[in-house]
Design a binder for this molecule. Structure first.
Ligand code: ISE
Length: 336
């Protein structure tokens, strides 16, 4: 396909709108031609702003000739419905993480995609497109520094609102580490555990913060991930990989160093949308290019399923305060 890819976006909340802006304003080879949202008045105002056609019914938009490919950015529980509609229409679909909140729903998507006989689904795990993580993966996979043995990671947000509860540390935040670490190390996890630190005074009654998730991979790599979502001061992502012959660290995003007022240092990010803005741009551009070439190059529906199986095990481990073994089906040939 050489002409512009016509994209339909289902769900025009914040992330949906930033994807529309990046596709229409920054990226090449595609245009958002339609959008859909259950909130009709708001959806219409977004469609008007970006000059695209509005549909109150997302499934109708997906089936229409107005769109060649679909982006799903609704709230998580509706992902399955629209991804399934895209598979039914035989259209490529990019779905923000998580593919679906429950592993069973992800599995249904996997089955539907395999039944259709063609990979169509990509999951929005944008960290795989961050230059720093890409450098780490290259260094690990080269084995120049020996085998990776253990990893120390941190996922720190400045603040979350009162709707963010204890399970979300795994399911909404550390799900990113679950995916990116599985991709970095190129293997699945064997066990999960989640322990609590002393609660920060900034948290509320429905959120234990910070938490530490401990994962082991099938080959025995040991990983700890700190989720501290009310640091009060920064958005900070760390990933230190201890290999046999070297310690590899995720680079800090670059920023000028300022020396002033008896202080020397550089600004740090305060939000994920700026920290990973380049990764999002690369992710969507690569998705557009692969879609036009008739391929899925990024995280697949199987990766979405594997992530949710791991997250469900970690949640179970947290609730029972024990170590949980991760049971996952064998990856089908279709995804290899
Ligand atoms: C949010 O939903 C994200 O996806 C961000 O990347 C993550 O850092 C944040 O903790 C989540 O709440």
């Amino acid at each position: 396909m050489s002409q512009e890819l016509k994209i339909g976006v289902v769900g025009v909340g914040a992330i949906g709108r930033t994807h529309i802006e990046r596709i229409n304003g920054k990226l090449q080879g595609a245009k958002v031609t339609a959008c859909a949202d259950v909130n009709v008045d708001f959806g219409k105002s977004v469609a008007e702003k970006y000059g695209c056609k509005f549909y109150a019914d997302g499934e109708e938009m997906i089936a229409s000739d107005d769109v060649d490919a679909v982006i799903v950015t609704t709230i998580d529980p509706y992902h399955e419905q629209y991804v399934m509609a895209a598979i039914k229409a035989g259209k490529f679909v990019f779905c923000e993480k998580p593919l679906a909140p429950e592993p069973e729903a992800c599995r249904r998507i996997v089955e539907a995609e395999m039944a259709g006989g063609k990979k169509l689904v990509q999951v929005g795990f944008m960290r795989r497109y961050d230059q720093g993580y890409r450098q780490l993966k290259k260094a690990i996979q080269s084995r120049e520094y020996g085998e990776p043995l253990m990893l120390h990671c941190a996922h720190r947000n400045p603040a979350v609102d009162e709707n963010y509860t204890t399970p979300m540390a795994v399911e909404n935040s550390m799900i990113h580490e679950i995916d990116v670490l599985r991709w970095l190390l190129n293997e699945d996890f064997a066990t999960a555990e989640v322990v609590f630190a002393k609660n920060t005074r900034r948290t509320h009654k429905n959120l234990m913060d910070p938490q530490i998730m401990i994962l082991t991979t099938k080959s025995g790599v040991r990983i700890d991930v700190e989720a501290f979502v009310n640091t009060g001061h920064c958005y900070d992502i760390k990933c230190e990989v201890c290999c046999e012959d070297a310690i590899l660290n995720l680079p800090e995003p670059s920023n000028i160093e300022v020396c002033a007022k008896a202080f020397r240092g550089h600004a740090v990010h305060s939000d994920w949308s700026t920290r990973f803005v380049d990764a999002y741009n690369v992710e969507i551009q690569e998705w557009i290019d692969a879609t036009k070439a008739g391929r899925v190059d990024g995280p697949t529906a199987w990766d979405g399923y594997a992530g949710q199986v791991t997250a469900a095990a970690a949640s179970k481990a947290r609730d029972a305060q024990t170590v949980v073994k991760i049971e996952m089906d064998e990856m089908p040939e279709f995804y290899k």
